[in-house]
Design a protein around this ligand. Structure first.
Ligand code: GLU
Length: 281
């Protein structure tokens, strides 16, 4: 296993597992969470399980229960969060919205965000394909100059105004030096949703910072989001953690694992009699 990044080694280590209860965990998650667990053990740190249940339309209690069972079955143990005796919490993102809102109000007060009334369709019609591996199209900035008084009766989403042409660089523990250019590799992104709930990019920053996480271990599909999140850390005056991204597990046609790969879910493999060791290997 590679050495811990300097930043994480200098502090007492706090890692996290942050699954979303929107489907069964698959072997891609198993790989990432196993790595997170091993890195935390090697650093003699503490591991937090955070239930990322912000998307109320997709989160389901049976998936939440299953993710806890599957993680335990794989042999992963955590020190704080759901299923821990005396956990202080809350460790469910949906119960931390008041904290996310405070951060959002601060971004708003300091002029980092603007209201946007564009629909997904408006944006798709106007822009080129997203950056490879990222799901988000680059927002063309239609609402950049709008003030809330000019928005009309629609409930707006709020976007972070990225510093045009500025490079955001970091050294990833798994992939080495990374650099993305704001406005070219990613555009203004949503931090507060139209339905008046926090968006992932903001919630994850607030939670990682407030939970004292020193190293974020997650899948390589979030490398570009790390650049977005570093801008939020900076705007909020927060110290970012170290980052360690894990290679994605691909199916035999080279596609990223997703909910459609039921045959590769931990649940299915477990029912089929596979052992945790064979999956970890
Ligand atoms: N909850 C996110 C997911 O399951 C991961 C977020 C993160 O690790 O930052 O994809």
């Amino acid at each position: 296993m590679p050495d811990l990044p300097q930043a994480a080694a200098a502090f007492s280590y706090r890692g996290r597992l942050a699954p979303s209860p929107t489907g069964w965990l698959h072997i891609g998650h198993a790989r990432t969470f196993w790595t997170a667990y091993q890195r935390c053990l090697a650093a003699r740190g503490r591991l937090v399980l955070r239930n990322e249940d912000l998307d109320a339309s997709r989160a389901r209690p049976e998936y939440e229960q299953a993710m806890i069972e599957d993680l335990r079955w794989l042999g992963i143990r955590w020190d704080e969060g759901p299923d821990c005796v005396g956990a202080s919490g809350p460790y469910a993102q949906s119960q931390r919205e008041h904290r996310h809102r405070l951060a959002f109000e601060r971004l708003r007060r300091d002029g980092w965000v603007y209201p946007c009334r564009c629909t997904r369709k408006d944006i798709q019609a106007a822009v080129a394909a997203p950056h490879p591996g990222d799901e988000e199209a680059i927002y063309p900035g239609f609402c950049r100059g709008l003030r809330i008084e000019e928005i009309g009766d629609v409930a707006p989403a709020w976007r972070f105004r990225v510093p045009e042409a500025q490079a955001v660089s970091f050294v990833d523990g798994g992939f080495g030096p990374q650099s993305f250019v704001a406005g070219r590799d990613f555009g203004d992104f949503v931090v507060w949703r139209k339905d008046d709930h926090p968006a992932y990019q903001l919630a994850v920053v607030v939670d990682d910072a407030e939970m004292g996480i020193t190293e974020v271990v997650r899948g390589a599909d979030l490398l570009l989001s790390t650049a977005r999140q570093l801008l939020i850390y900076r705007a909020l005056g927060l110290e970012p953690p170290a980052f360690y991204h894990c290679p994605l597990v691909l199916d035999d046609q080279g596609r990223r694992l997703a909910k459609r790969h039921d045959s590769l879910s931990i649940r299915t493999l477990r029912t089929a009699g596979r052992s945790p060791e064979s999956i970890r290997g």
